[in-house]
Structures are given as C-alpha cells and as structure tokens.
Design a binder for this molecule. Structure first.
Ligand SMILES: C[S@@+](CC[C@H](N)C(=O)[O-])C[C@H]1O[C@@H](n2cnc3c(N)ncnc32)[C@H](O)[C@@H]1O
Length: 499
C-alpha cells in the first residue's frame, strides 16, 4: 500500500478491456433513443473525448485509432497504467491520444487539469462505485469544468439494490483476503476461497441469495486482476441510481438514457404489473429506480447530458432514421427470440430477416432499411428497430460508411494481435479499430489472429492450425472454430472496414 492511492488497488495492473458503451457514437445514439438531441459525430468532425480512469488505455486507443481527426485524453492516477498505455500508443503510432497521470480527486484544481480542453464526450467505466467520495467529488468538479454544454457523459457503476445481497460477500472477500495474503490479486483469490467454503457450509447470508450464488459461480473464471480491482478497494460502494443522478446534478448533468439500449424499453424489462406501477410516475429517476427494483442487473451504464434539448417522439424518430447501421453477425445467426427480464421477446422474422439480409451487403441507413419492399411490419418505428439491433449487439452505428480500411487502424490492430496472441485466451472478446465504424468492432482474439493472416494472403487451414498449435485432443474443435471464423467472422470484419 502507499499514500497516494486513495484506498484504490495499485499493486497489480487492471485488465485490458474494450466496452462499446464508451464510444461517442453509442452515447449519441443512447441520447437520441432517450429523446435528447445529440448530434452523431459527422465523418470529418474533430471532437474531444475525455476518459476518466482509463486503466492501460485500450478503450481510449481503439477510439483514437478509429478516428484520427479526434483528440482523446485519457486519465489515470496509476503510473504503471499510464506508462503501459503510453508505450502501447507509441508502438501503435497513435498521435491523437494523450495519457495523463493525475488524481481525479484534485485534477480540476491542478495546472494539468486547467490545460485539458473542453470535451464533447466524457466516459468513465468501472470507476465511480470503486472510489471514495473525495474522488467522486473531484470527478464532478472536473466534469462541471470540462464537459461542454450539450455534451454527453457515459458512466457505469455497481447498482443498488441488485448488489445489496452481495455487500456482505465483498466485505468477507476483502477482510479475509487482507489477513491471508499480501498482494491484492492473491488477497482476492484467498478471500474468494473463504467465501466459497462459507457457501458450501450454508452460511445463511450467502446461501439465501441467488444473485450471490450465481456471482460466486461466475467469479471462478474471472481474471485475478479483475477480482483485485473489483473487490479489494477500501471504499467500494454500490450506488442507487437516484444518488448518482443527484451527485452529477452538481455538474449540471441530467439523465438521458441507458446505453444498454434494450433497457430503455419497459416492455422488455418489466412485467405488465410492474410497468403499471412505473407508469404512475413520469419522473425519469423514479422510473429508473422502479426498474432497478424489478430487475437482476448489477452494473448500470448510464448516459447523462449537460443541457438536455428534449425531442418529441417525432424528432427522435427523424434523427434515428438517419443513423447508419452495420451488421455484427452472420445473417443466419439472427435469433428468433431472446431472453429478456420480462420474458421471451420474439424477433418477427418477416420484419428482421430482410433487414439483416440487406445489412449483410454493407452498412445502410435506418430509413432505407425500413423502406425495403420485403419488410413486413411497422415501418414507422425506428426506435424499436435500432433498440433491438443495437441493443442485442446484432448491429452497431457506422460513422463513415464509405471509408476504406485505414493503414493507421490496421497497424493498431496488428500491434493488438501481437500483444494479445501471446497473453490472452483465443475466445477473449476484443474491439478492433475501424475508421469506417468510428469505434471498436467486436471480435475475439482468434478472429484477430486469423484476420492478420488473411490480410497477408489466403491462409490454408493447416497453416492456421500450425500457427495456433492447439493441444492434439482439441485439434478437431479448433478446426471447426477456424472454419467458422474464416467463413463467418472475416466477412463481418471486412464489411465493418477493419481490413
Ligand atoms: C476498474 S478500473 C477501470 C479501468 C478502465 N476504465 C476499464 O474499464 O478497463 C478503475 C481505474 O480507475 C483508476 N483510478 C482509481 N482511482 C483513481 C483516481 N483517484 N484518479 C485517477 N484514476 C483512478 C484506476 O487506476 C483504474 O485504472
């Protein structure tokens, strides 16, 4: 431990994650879906994106590599994170991302803070409920000073009441871990072992909660760095959405919408009886609190705006009609139904199949998708189309549909391949840079490794198997995985302009 870390874990670096909710395109889309006017960044716009608590900077770099005209400033107080991020950016040839080593508790008042230009978009993933109030207060002052009027901020946090039953679990992990090991990743592992044995011994406060039980199950596969940063911080505190909204109102921020787009549809989230109760309120904060009371979702991804310009339904739909979407899946993988908190939601194949087929040819505007002659169903409801396709990760916004694959983004992806192929599992999700998309394109490390080979020529299966060298007993399974990636994933990445 040291005296600069505000009780936050600094003895082991955090994992490298990419999260689609952090992209300005996603923030702008979420605002529009929530009926708040937010212009989608145009192809040649030069915008400034600020990331608070950026870890080793992977997400910030994907944005910078995908948008050479943007400026990205990413801040973290852990010098090991900042040093790693700067080295990675240099290796990737990125000149439009700046990594700043600074404490968010005081940055607003520092000389370095005063030099940060006004931001159009701010994102902060996995920070708020893990840091003490003094840091949260510093964040609010920084956002008040730096987010331009009309700008948007994405913030994720561990939400109450979903996390409520697991507060005791976190505390036991931390208290036991501190007594059993020195480094925080070892502490988290030891603490988790104690929690597991308590659960096996039917400790009532763990055993009675399905949320706690499922979480303990999932944590078995988690990265130890994630465990340390999730559970070993001194001031970890899940939050009620109403409290986050009240605190951010000091920076004159208003809640716009959830960037998990499906969460904005009460019919997908709540039973009819629950919706009836929600509908007795028109205050958006109260409606969110009712939602949080009804669903078992522990991490919120919210978008707030500074100076909301409210759109009516007609204005919202007009804005959505001009959004360009690109397909993330093979059209044959379109699900016929999906599990949502309110139950199964059907995806009418007469409506969605022709749309997905058309998108398999390349990015298209929502307006043109809804005008396809084969489409049967409501052509006047772009919010549902966008909410379902983007909300279910079937499609994403495409900022520059005509942009060819760029050398800069491809170089970033090559560096990523070199780094991740050595250290990460092949199934690990990644975001790849693409100027066409203007944000990360979802893929796996396996896709990335194969893409690098495909780019250099047409690799045969044996060459790929030789490269990946799976254990003999997994060769057949790997062959299937490679075949699927070559047939399905490579066309998707080409369409998204990744290569
Ligand atoms: C859970 S990690 C999330 C990292 C990254 N946003 C991600 O999602 O991968 C939280 C990050 O916040 C940083 N952090 C914590 N307290 C901070 C503070 N007071 N000032 C600046 N950064 C801080 C940590 O070093 C860490 O990188």
């Amino acid at each position: 431990m040291n005296n600069w870390n505000e009780g936050y874990v600094t003895d082991i670096a955090y994992t490298n994650g990419w999260y689609r909710q952090q992209s300005p395109a996603m923030m702008a889309l979420a605002c529009t879906m929530g009926g708040v006017a937010m212009t989608m960044p145009a192809p040649d716009d030069s915008i400034h994106v600020l990331e608070l608590g950026c870890g080793q900077g992977y997400g910030a770099m994907v944005l910078a590599a995908s948008n050479p005209a943007w400026q990205v400033t990413a801040i973290d107080f852990n010098p090991a994170h900042v040093a790693a991020a700067r080295a990675w950016a240099t290796e990737s040839g990125l000149t439009n991302v700046t990594f700043l080593e600074a404490n968010l508790a005081t940055l607003a008042e520092d000389a370095a803070g005063r030099q940060i230009p006004e931001a159009d978009f701010i994102t902060m993933h996995g920070v708020w409920s893990w840091v003490p109030q003094a840091v949260q207060n510093g964040i609010v002052r920084l956002v008040r000073d730096k987010l331009r009027a009309g700008g948007a901020m994405h913030i994720s946090y561990n939400a109450l009441p979903a996390w409520g039953p697991a507060i005791g679990m976190q505390r036991i992990i931390r208290e036991a871990g501190k007594r059993l090991a020195r480094r925080s990743d070892r502490q988290a592992e030891e603490g988790l072992t104690i929690v597991r044995s308590l659960l096996a011994a039917e400790a009532a406060q763990l055993d009675r909660s399905p949320f706690v039980k499922s979480m303990i199950g999932v944590l078995g596969n988690a990265d130890v760095a994630y465990l340390a940063h999730e559970f070993m911080n001194e001031q970890w505190k899940p939050c009620f959405m109403a409290d986050v909204a009240a605190t951010l109102s000091d920076a004159r921020l208003e809640f716009a919408s959830s960037s998990q787009l499906t969460e904005n549809f009460p019919t997908l989230m709540l039973t009819p009886a629950q919706q009836k109760i929600m509908n007795t309120f028109d205050d958006p904060i109260m409606r969110e609190m009712i939602k949080d009371t009804c669903v078992e979702r522990a991490l919120r991804h919210d978008v707030f705006v500074r100076g909301a310009r409210r759109l009516g339904n007609a204005g919202r739909d007009a804005a959505l009609m001009d959004i360009v979407l690109g397909l993330n899946i093979d059209p044959d993988d379109l699900p016929s139904a999906v599990d949502m908190p309110a139950g199964k939601a059907e995806l009418n194949s007469k409506f969605y199949r022709p749309i997905v087929q058309a998108l398999s040819q390349g990015p298209m505007r929502v307006r043109d998708l809804l005008a396809l002659p084969e489409v049967e169903g409501r052509r006047d409801n772009p919010a549902e189309l966008v909410g379902m396709l983007v909300g279910l990760d079937i499609a994403d916004v495409v900022l520059r549909p005509d942009a060819p694959p760029s050398a800069g983004a491809m170089h970033f992806n090559s560096v990523l391949a070199k780094r991740f192929a050595q250290s990460e599992s092949l199934a690990r999700p990644v975001g790849l840079a693409s100027e066409r998309a203007g944000s990360g394109v979802p893929a796996t490390v396996l896709d990335l490794v194969i893409m690098e080979r495909v780019r250099d020529g047409k690799p045969d299966m044996d060459a790929l198997l030789h490269l990946i060298a799976p254990p003999a007993e997994h060769t057949d399974k790997m062959r299937e995985g490679l075949d699927r990636s070559l047939r399905q994933r490579m066309p998707i990445l080409r369409r998204a302009g990744v290569f």
